[in-house]
Design a protein around this ligand. Structure first.
Ligand SMILES: [Ca+2]
Ligand SMILES: [Ca+2]
Length: 291
């Protein structure tokens, strides 16, 4: 038997593989319910841009609670008629850019036709740039009332942490090259409440976007479990000693451990540096507690 990793490395690999990853079908209830049609915008062989807005109530119904990390997205081929798996060969995009954010408008208010006006300040460019989809990324062959399997997952390079409110998905792409256009299932009647969308037949156009319907999708999600620095704050391999406490307070005062030690005054990794929450987290971890 070949030993492929030691305990700590195996644990790290296990965690890196997304042990806590789950999926959330959006909107809730469509996992096995065929949609009403399809859109080619998402994988069109020409440039397209889209925004899909989901009200907070719709996001909650899909099981995505505030403080959830969204790490990927997938769609599926429609089944209102039989579609072949796509792409037949491959599909290459010069740029396929996805941004996730809160939405400044709800579905009842409607989105601005200037897409940038809809994006809240918490926006994260979850992926951008070139993308290649391999043959069969969207499996096909099903006919309503059956549904096709969910397609491949587009993994985000930077996760989006949903903190509540109306959710907005913004996609801009330069067009698929290699196998024509792919299709994405449109959400069926009875499942579109609390959603809205807009689109334009362009990669760069900012205003003049027109209405786009909801599509069925599946997000990869995981709890946004807090992580903390180590109680071996000064990285001398002695954990939780007086020297660590002194090093932590020195760091709060502006002098942090030298590289390669990466412990910082943002001990709880929430982006706020040297707050009461960092001090509380430090002493919790020092005492053997959770971050
Ligand atoms: Ca130490
Ligand atoms: Ca902090």
């Amino acid at each position: 038997m070949t030993k492929v990793c030691g305990l700590s490395v195996c644990t790290a690999l296990f965690l890196a593989a997304g042990a806590l990853a789950q999926s959330a079908v959006m909107p809730a209830g469509v996992d096995t319910v065929a949609g009403s049609g399809g859109y080619s915008n998402f994988f069109r062989s020409a440039a397209r841009s889209m925004q899909i807005e989901m009200d907070a109530s719709v996001v909650a119904a899909a099981g995505i609670q505030p403080n959830t990390r969204i790490t990927g997205i997938s769609w599926r081929n429609p089944s209102w008629q039989v579609f072949a798996s796509w792409p037949a060969v491959s599909a290459t995009f010069t740029s396929y850019d996805i941004t996730m954010s809160q939405s400044t408008h709800s579905s009842s208010e409607g989105l601005s036709t200037t897409y940038t006006d809809n994006i809240a300040p918490d926006a994260v460019a979850v992926r951008a740039g070139p993308m290649v989809l391999q043959s069969g990324f969207l499996p096909g062959g099903a006919l309503t009332p059956n549904v096709n399997p969910w397609g491949g997952v587009i993994q985000f390079t930077t996760p989006y942490v949903y903190t509540g409110g109306n959710l907005l998905l913004t996609i801009r792409h330069t067009g698929a090259v290699g196998s024509g256009s792919g299709n994405v299932e449109a959400t069926g009647n009875g499942f579109t409440a609390g959603t809205t969308g807009i689109q334009t037949q362009n990669y760069t156009q900012v205003d003049g976007w027109t209405l786009q319907g909801m599509v069925n999708m599946r997000f990869t999600v995981e709890p946004n479990t807090p992580t903390c620095d180590s109680a071996d704050f000064n990285c001398d391999d002695d954990v939780g000693t007086d020297a660590d406490i002194e090093a932590f307070f020195a760091c709060l005062g502006g002098t942090c451990p030298a590289a390669p030690c990466t412990n910082s005054a943002d001990f709880n990794h929430d982006g706020d540096i040297g707050t009461d929450a960092d001090i509380e987290a430090f002493f919790r971890v020092l005492g053997g507690g959770a971050c």
